[in-house]
Design a protein around this ligand. Sequence first.
Ligand code: HEC
Length: 400
Amino acid sequence: MIEIAYADWIELGFRWLHLIAGIAWIGSSFYFMFLDYSLRQDDGLPLGVKGASWNVHGGGFYFMQKYTVAPEKMPTELHWFKWEAYFTWISGFSLMIIIYYWGAESFLIDKEVMDINVWQAVAISLAAFVLSWFIYNGICKSKLGKNDLFLSIIVFLMILLASYGFTHVYSGRGAFVHVGAMIGTIMVANVFFIIIPNQKIIIKALVDGEEPAQFLGDEGKQRSTHNNYLTLPVLLMMISSHFPMIFSTKHSWLVVGLVIIVGGIIRDYFNSKNQGKTGNRLKWQWPSASIFMIILILFVSHRDVVEVLEENQLDSTDVLAIVQTHCVSCHAAKPSNKDFVKAPGGVKLETINDIKKYGSKIMKQSVLTNAMPLGNDTQMTDKERQGIGDWIRRGMPVDE
Ligand code: HEC
């Protein structure tokens, strides 16, 4: 018998594409940032060349020269770098539809956070992506956009505000993925609406024998620098769905802030190094990124110690009953939840032995964080979570 899990194959296909396109995009972003910074002025470079860089790779030497804004004459063959960005977004948005819109009830909505239906959840999501681009783009084009440092602080605060909003509308996991997807959308929109169109205007001017406006190139450079600094934080947000300690703790919007700071600082180290900076200019990044990372870890790991009094301690029958109520609709060989045809993640929780087998994972998913039950339709209480936690800490005793 052949039984094809179509949904899984489609999801796998898009995930694969998303990774491939993302790697290609980030690779070219990193390379061109490096290239830009490694350009050195030299006598004897052709007219209009800002700088040149020697690279060695794959058995040969490359001599790269950058014309700002453009060479005098259009080259006959010109290579663009845009499809990797577009495909990253197309595949990413497809995954958003397949996982978070399709499975909104499980993955996106948490009725304890906000009682919304699937259509409202999807509408808010789409509106947020569009709106965030208009706000970001408006700020960059306004007077505020003239000062790079000031602009980055405002963009940072805007992302923080959006995270605060998302965490008050969606489940922790849904919110985190939305912050990542929102930033990713802004990054692709930078390529689609600014960088590439500006480049095309420059080319047209060139073909018409006119002098291209310098600000078009500057604007493109500013946006691609933003993209570059946002890369590392977005990557962490995209893989965070496997780590409930990141997305499913209290005030996870502050976690977003710390992730952006850490990722941005590390990126700055490499950018400064590529610029040929030395000494003190390279000394502050790793120590301060480490300090912020430690703050992040302590922040998500800090919790009030709850003592479960002896008379309130759960025995294995109580635990089994709680798990039956809150988990088994999905975590069974044949789940009753219509969204699942088999136990998600292969995790079955039907017997006390199953539960013991996954004790440490249950601790992470349902006690230390609220990641499970997914969607929390059955409204598992804090008291139940603490009771199970206490039982696991006592070594999961099973009554005779
Ligand atoms: C609505 C369905 C649903 C309910 C209810 C649910 N889960 Fe899950 N659970 C899932 C899905 C889906 C995954 C796979 C998550 C993923 O792909 O990241 C999962 C994964 C897990 C994992 C594996 C995580 C890992 O590290 O791979 C554990 C452990 C878990 N759930 C425990 C629980 C517990 C305990 C409960 C009840 C308190 C519960 N789940 C309730 C859907 C559910």
